[in-house]
Design a protein around this ligand. Structure first.
Ligand SMILES: Cc1cc2nc3c(=O)[nH]c(=O)nc-3n(C[C@H](O)[C@H](O)[C@H](O)COP(=O)(O)O)c2cc1C
Length: 237
């Protein structure tokens, strides 16, 4: 067997391809995620680094048990409220968003369907981390968000998709009570998971030279060039 710690050039390309197509997926087929897939994704999540390798991260999987139903309803209600407020605040229905086929209007429709059907999402995972001493939420988050991204990348590689969010924060006291989450756990993220509806295209980001500097802040090195075929968002400084 090959040493699992090494990758041939094709393997490296494959990994890069998966990374570069791990997009936020918010539309799911109504089919369960098999337990062996869940085990694989959570294995990937728990391969992530954490400070001092303390592994304080914990993942609470919500599928269709009684706790899950109540928790999904709580987060779903929060999601609907938060999205409704953001939709207005960010002008999704005005300006270019007024045209039904505009990107803004399409995003708004996807988001509306996502929050309206939150309770039917096959899997919702709460990612938390046990506080070992007082620290800022940012520092704690730094030891759990890499695991969240590992999970999403592994999902993409396995034909699944999801999105990470922080909507649980609006209903955190209620969630803690319903799910018996101890006070010393920092709840870092909510992750939804399922089989995507439709295909997954390439992630779009700004061109590398906007984002990478060398030697001095703001100075892009000549080597900071995106691979051929990369897709981009409009650059907003
Ligand atoms: C810290 C963080 C918070 C996020 N919060 C939300 C959220 O509340 N609701 C949501 O639908 N997506 C949320 N997202 C997902 C982002 O909107 C998404 O990753 C981003 O738009 C990039 O999408 P793309 O990878 O498909 O281009 C969050 C992502 C991160 C990293």
């Amino acid at each position: 067997m090959r040493d699992p710690g090494t990758l041939d050039p094709d393997g490296a390309d494959l990994v890069l391809g998966v990374l570069a197509s791990t997009r936020a997926v918010r539309r799911y087929r109504s089919e369960p995620v098999p337990e062996q897939v869940l085990a694989r994704l959570l294995f990937a999540a728990t391969r992530a680094p954490s400070g001092s390798n303390r592994q304080g991260f914990r993942f609470l999987v919500l599928r269709d048990g009684p706790g899950a139903a109540r928790a999904k309803a709580l987060i779903g209600d929060a999601a609907r409220r938060l999205w409704a407020a953001k939709e207005v605040a960010d002008g999704y229905g005005t300006g270019t968003g007024a045209a039904a086929d505009s990107p803004k209007a399409r995003t708004a429709r996807t988001m509306r369907a996502f929050v309206d059907g939150f309770e039917d999402i096959p899997v919702v995972i709460l990612a938390g981390i046990v506080r070992h001493r007082e620290g800022t939420d940012e520092l704690l988050g730094a030891s759990v968000y890499p695991a969240c991204q590992n999970l999403l990348v592994a999902a993409r590689a396995s034909g699944y998709g999801g999105v990470m969010m922080t909507w649980h924060r609006a209903v955190e006291p209620e969630l803690r009570e319903v799910l018996a989450i101890p006070d010393d756990v920092f709840l870092a993220a909510t992750i939804t998971l399922g089989r995507p509806v439709g295909g997954t295209g390439a992630v779009r980001r700004a061109e590398l030279h906007h984002l990478v500097f060398e030697d001095r802040w703001g100075e892009a090195p000549g080597w900071a060039v995106d691979p051929p075929g990369s897709r981009f968002t409009r650059w907003r400084d």
